[in-house]
Design a protein around this ligand. Structure first.
Ligand SMILES: NC(=O)c1ccc[n+]([C@@H]2O[C@H](COP(=O)([O-])OP(=O)(O)OC[C@H]3O[C@@H](n4cnc5c(N)ncnc54)[C@H](OP(=O)(O)O)[C@@H]3O)[C@@H](O)[C@H]2O)c1
Length: 292
């Protein structure tokens, strides 16, 4: 099994169907991302009401060979209400072996690929039978349909439970993490990632843009982000991403803009290393309180 290697910044498809991008525009965006170094693309079966993976698959297909230049990441485990999935009925979380296997086949078909580079369980399922779920993930890897497996939004105790039954590694835990949502620093997620070599992926790393608006959070952050952006000749976006990437567990931000100029700005974060003083000044601004 080849090990999974993610690009230092990942692009996320959650906002895709809310954008005005055509399939051709998306194809261009994928090429531009790949040229920049953003080669990993984050999906979930449910994005765009189960439509986003299919659109991305069509965009990939426009350029033969493009599939091999990128890593396709997706998630399963939320069974959402949709006319495309009438069998779901009520919204549930579902980590059963049957659901996982069915989702993998559907994602492979939608994305137009023979292998997913990474499959994540989207959210912890309160009814998860860890032994059964671990077996299903192992089977997915052994079948070759999935290169690596991971989780998303799992607390450390939930990772430990699943890990106990796994004999393939859990490669990632994708959690919310930004200067506006810092719980991963305190709830043990990042510590556990460092301990077990699990890659922490940060979703909504710019808090969906709210680090920069008129909110109290944005007002607190602005002086520090602006100062550091000036010093490093980059944008506040890049500083905010560099703050995440400075964590020793090796955080990989999953950025959600569909605009290439924003993604170029974001990429500058890969060349910044914030000093300890600056990192903690941003922590104070984000948290809205002094260090205890
Ligand atoms: N695992 C999970 O449960 C989970 C949950 C949520 C998301 N995700 C993943 O995380 C990815 C990223 O989430 P996200 O889209 O919320 O991430 P994000 O990168 O924090 O937010 C992107 C949004 O921020 C805006 N933005 C960026 N810089 C800005 C600035 N300087 N001023 C104003 N607005 C700015 C963008 O606007 P423009 O479009 O105008 O650039 C875009 O609307 C998703 O696509 C998905 O793959 C996973």
């Amino acid at each position: 099994m080849k090990t999974l290697k993610l690009s230092p910044i990942v692009w996320g498809a959650w906002r895709l169907t809310r954008s005005s991008l055509t399939v051709q525009d998306l194809n261009r965006l994928i090429h531009e991302c790949a040229e920049l170094g953003i080669t990993s693309f984050d999906h979930a079966d449910i994005y765009g009401g189960y439509a986003a993976e299919g659109i991305f698959g069509q965009a990939l297909k426009l350029s033969p060979g493009l599939r091999d230049q990128v890593q396709l990441l997706t998630k399963c485990g939320i069974a959402a209400v949709s006319t495309l999935r009438p069998e779901h009925g009520t919204k549930t979380y579902n980590s059963s072996a049957a659901h996982i296997a069915a989702c993998i086949d559907l994602s492979l078909e939608s994305l137009g690929t023979g292998q997913l580079d990474l499959l994540m369980l989207h959210r912890p399922d309160y009814l998860m039978n860890a032994r059964e779920t671990a077996q299903a993930l192992k089977k997915a890897v052994q079948s070759g349909k999935v290169r690596a497996v991971g989780v998303s939004n799992f607390l450390p105790s939930q990772v430990l439970l699943l890990r106990q039954y796994m004999d393939v590694p859990l490669a990632v835990n994708q959690v919310e993490f930004s200067l506006g949502a810092m719980q991963a620093l305190d709830n043990g997620v990042l510590d556990q990632c460092q301990q077990f070599d699990i890659v922490p992926m940060a979703w909504s790393p710019l808090a969906g843009g709210s680090l920069f608006g008129d909110s109290d959070l944005a007002k607190r952050l602005k002086p520090e982000l602006t100062r550091l952006a000036g010093e490093h000749h980059c944008t506040p976006d890049a500083v905010a991403l560099a703050w995440l990437m400075r964590c020793p567990s090796g955080v990989v931000p999953v950025v959600g803009s569909v605009r290439i100029e924003r993604l170029r700005d974001a990429w500058r974060a890969t060349q910044l290393e914030l000093g300890r003083q600056d990192w903690y000044r941003l922590w104070v601004a984000g948290a809205g309180r002094q260090l205890p």
